[in-house]
Write a protein that binds this ligand. Structure first.
Ligand SMILES: [Zn+2]
Ligand SMILES: [Zn+2]
Length: 424
């Protein structure tokens, strides 16, 4: 049909017809069913007949008639008098989190690298922007081959093959972070891809970026890409969760060192707040050079202390740069004051050095001897494991409903263990 109603369209676009697109229902008082017609006149052909309580969406209107969508793809006109708006439950502004609404954070053993899976609670009510059961992945470890990537296997084993990943975050362009993310991008449906936008010349990384964006002749693997902090937008992973990128490469290396130091200091740093608990994920962000003293802070740690001192106090800290001596200055440790420290690392030597450095972990124990330190290289050094063999299911899983003690399950070789973190 053709109808020219420029006035109504103009008003609708200005929001005056607020009932458009809002849910309605066929009145309870209807007996039998009400005809849906292909034009807004009572002699028009009948397309369907809807019973009391049927849910419809109003998409257009003329006097006395409403055009509706119904079922999955039905569309037609119904007399206005037979439908009423359905009150939409207001999105709760309360910060109360139900006792069974757990946020889970999985630190997956990928050897030398980071691989973190965050799963928000699903309350079974879709579309109200709260407890939507979203999956967020930070980095993917160093292995891109399907059968070598522990993160792919881990996430799929829990039953999420082909699932929608709300956000895939690559903290920075180093192989122990992006290569495994490349596998993830081939096996899951990526809604948003986040990247600090550091100008890397690594061929594999640029091929990966092409695949995410759909440039260089590739088909885009992410529905939306956010390259560089100016393009991050506002994170919305559910109104129950506060998510913020508190740092990412600022567009220049000034004050960030050079070479690999600058790349590490381009890392996206994520802050999550859920109920009483804050999580801080540092990527490979650093605070000093290897042979510098433990204070004063430099690089990203100094920037965070300057710009975010009031909100980096965290229950859980994913340590920067795998616990290298280049992270964790004393002022930064004091500012974050973590109860739980997570170290993601493996047995790959860097010029003969394995990370984490024991001196780094000791600084956390010196700050708080009750700190709980969990590692994805748990027991690997003692067992004499080297590099690839150190990928042996030393996962760390955190669950919290936002109040009280945070529950941590630590595995060594896939078996639950108790961890003693600081020697008396
Ligand atoms: Zn790294
Ligand atoms: Zn790095």
């Amino acid at each position: 049909m053709t109808r020219v109603l420029p006035l109504i369209l103009l008003l609708a676009s200005s929001g005056a017809f607020a009932q458009l697109s809002e849910p309605h229902a066929v009145r309870d008082t209807v007996t039998g069913c009400v005809n849906v017609r292909d034009n807004p006149v009572s002699t028009a052909a009948v397309e369907a007949c809807l019973g009391a309580g049927a849910l419809v969406t109003v998409v257009d209107e003329v006097p006395f008639w409403r055009e509706i969508r119904f079922d999955s793809n039905g569309r037609g006109w119904i007399a206005k008098k037979f439908i009423v708006p359905v009150p939409v439950p207001p999105i709760s502004t309360s910060n109360t989190i139900p006792a069974d609404a757990f946020l889970e954070v999985h630190f997956v053993d990928v050897g030398q690298g980071d691989a973190i899976w965050i799963q928000t609670h699903d309350d079974g009510v879709d579309g109200n922007g709260r407890f939507e059961g979203k999956s967020i992945l930070i980095d993917g470890g160093p292995y891109s081959a399907d059968d070598e990537n522990p993160l792919r296997e881990y996430v799929e084993n829990i039953g999420h093959h082909g699932a929608v990943v709300e956000a895939l975050i690559v903290t920075h362009p180093h192989t122990d972070h992006y290569r495994g993310a490349e596998t993830i991008s081939r096996h899951f449906d990526i809604e948003h891809y986040y990247d600090p936008g550091f100008p890397s010349t690594a061929v594999g990384y640029n091929a990966f970026l092409d695949a995410m964006r759909g440039t260089g002749g590739q088909t885009a693997r992410a529905n939306q890409t956010h390259i560089g902090e100016a393009n991050f937008g506002v994170l919305d992973w559910g109104s129950e969760l506060s998510a913020e990128f508190v740092y990412a490469w600022p567009g220049s290396n000034q004050g960030l060192g050079s070479g690999n130091t600058a790349v590490n200091n381009s890392s996206i740093v994520l802050r999550l707040e859920y109920g009483d608990h804050v999580f801080l994920f540092m990527g490979d962000a650093e605070g000093k050079d290897r042979h510098d003293p433990a204070d004063p802070p430099q690089y990203v740690e100094q920037i965070l202390i300057t710009s975010h001192l009031s909100d980096i106090d965290a229950t859980v800290l994913k340590i920067g740069h795998h616990g290298s001596e280049t992270s964790s200055t004393t002022d930064f440790i004091a500012a974050v004051d973590p109860e739980i420290l997570i170290v993601q690392s493996g047995r790959k030597p860097f010029s003969g050095t394995f990370i984490p450095d024991s001196t780094t972990l000791q600084r956390y124990c010196d700050h708080n001897s009750n700190i709980r330190i969990y590692r994805t290289d748990q027991g690997d050094a003692a067992a004499g494991l080297l590099h690839r063999e150190a990928v042996d299911n030393d996962h760390v899983v955190i669950r919290t409903n936002g109040t009280g003690a945070v529950d941590v399950e630590a595995l060594e070789g896939g078996n639950p263990i108790q961890v003693v973190s600081c020697n008396p």
